[in-house]
Design a protein around this ligand. Structure first.
Ligand code: ZN
Length: 133
């Protein structure tokens, strides 16, 4: 249960972590995600925030899924997650592992922003790290 026992929770606030902070005002979710990218690999993902159970558990699941992936794989998984929660069919949704649990969010449009907030953070963090390379 990623809500009760969140993974990779707590920020380091040190180099070489790169942090992105985003909010979802419609629900009150407030999420911070830190990443380390090295040699094209997502070496670590940390997450911390306040908000609803969907937002917080999704952040935990996202961190578990993306640690150790290449940046290209991570981007593809993030895009796949967005497609899934928007209701599009994903031929390779198995790759999302536990994140498949959020498939039902497609029936609750107001919750899509909750489920994707941490993923938006990590997506932006990857973009910003790449811009600095
Ligand atoms: Zn929420």
């Amino acid at each position: 249960d990623h809500y009760k026992n969140p993974k990779n929770k707590g920020l380091k606030n040190t180099d070489p972590y790169h942090m992105v902070h985003l909010t979802n005002p419609s629900c009150g979710d407030d999420m911070r995600v830190e990443i380390i990218v090295s040699d094209g690999q997502v070496v670590d993902v940390r997450q911390d925030g306040k908000g609803c159970s969907i937002c917080l558990s999704s952040a935990s699941v996202m961190s578990e899924l993306l640690i150790g992936k290449s940046v290209e794989e991570a981007k593809s998984l993030i895009d796949g997650f967005y497609s899934m929660v928007k209701g599009e069919d994903l031929p390779d949704e198995d790759k999302l592992e536990e994140a498949i649990a959020y498939k039902g969010v497609r029936d609750f449009p107001a919750r899509i922003k909750c489920a994707t907030l941490a993923w938006k953070c990590v997506e932006k963090a990857i973009e910003e790290v790449e811009e600095h390379e």
